[in-house]
Design a protein around this ligand. Sequence first.
Ligand code: TXA
Ligand code: MG
Length: 340
Amino acid sequence: MNTQIKKITPESLQEAKNIIFEGGVVAIPTETVYGLGGNAFDDFAVKRIFEVKGRPNDNPLIAHVHTDYDLSKIIDYDPPYAKKLREAFLPGPLTLVYPSTGKVSPFVSCGLDTLAVRVPSHTGAQAFLREVAIPIVAPSANLSRHVSPTSARHVFDDFNGKIPLILDGGDCTGGIESTVCDCTGDIPVILRPGLVTKEMIEKVVGACGEYVPDLASGEKVKSPGVLYKHYSPRCKTLLFTDGNAAKERAAAERTAGARVAVLCENASVSAFVGTGVTVLDLGKTQTEMAAKLYGLLREAETICDTLIAVEPKEKDGVMTGVLNRLRKACASEDIPHTRK
Ligand code: TXA
Ligand code: MG
């Protein structure tokens, strides 16, 4: 299959629509990361997404809709706090999880009794969603476990020859995936941190919980995605909280003959200059670090054997999401005791 990258025009949108209604998948830009989109009502298309990505079949997908989509077509339970969250943050990088009504393909939610819905703010995503006028399920457009894509080129690198069309909407400005927030209980509960932070949600609705899976109890995990190794470059990755320890390890790796790169915030860059490693500068502000993270992880795998990552000092706000991704990118395996 020939994979085309096309700018968003009336013609490419029509072509994308045709592919979607034939049961195919199309890569689309969003403000967070690129997604691999398919018709949420079409069992075949949904299964195809899992197949193309190599995604574990217990990890559910998010349905994407345009700003005027009538949500009552796919959900019925809608607590007042969810309405407030939609008014405050949508369209934008916040996904809300509602009780499922069984309207979309059963393969979307992988056996969970909930459905995740997102209204992206990216103008190209909105144009596409209006064109098709149906919910589109779209996981991040990367091969399973690889680094998420923030440009059309990243998608091409993972799916060249495997999908027909990538709609090119430029580089993603957000850089990490949407905040996933459970809206099935008395208060919203964050299942995956992102650009809409706990602090921002609390300001709008008061209380907001944070989900921590209780693995010991054997409970059914609310959001299976939290358990998997993710976002990982194809090189050895090591994460440090302490800059000196990172520096020592970088030197040891170099002595052993490895090409070494260091990923750190701008304030730490000077500590590594002149040590023979390539420094990948995440930048200064929290939003800048989110926007640059995946591009630099993808760059790392092309230039080094060992990536030494150093945790930025700030841990709150958007950094909760950035650190969540960085820790998973550098994890050695899935969270123990969860996979056979
Ligand atoms: O920003 C984003 O959310 C991007 C763009 C493309 O929209 N999409 C994305 O999709 O990150 P994906 O499939 O890579 O991640 C979806 C996450 C997973 O952690 C999954 O477990 C969780 O959302 N999820 C999906 N449906 C869920 C549900 N019904 N209940 C709980 N978690 C759900
Ligand atoms: Mg993903």
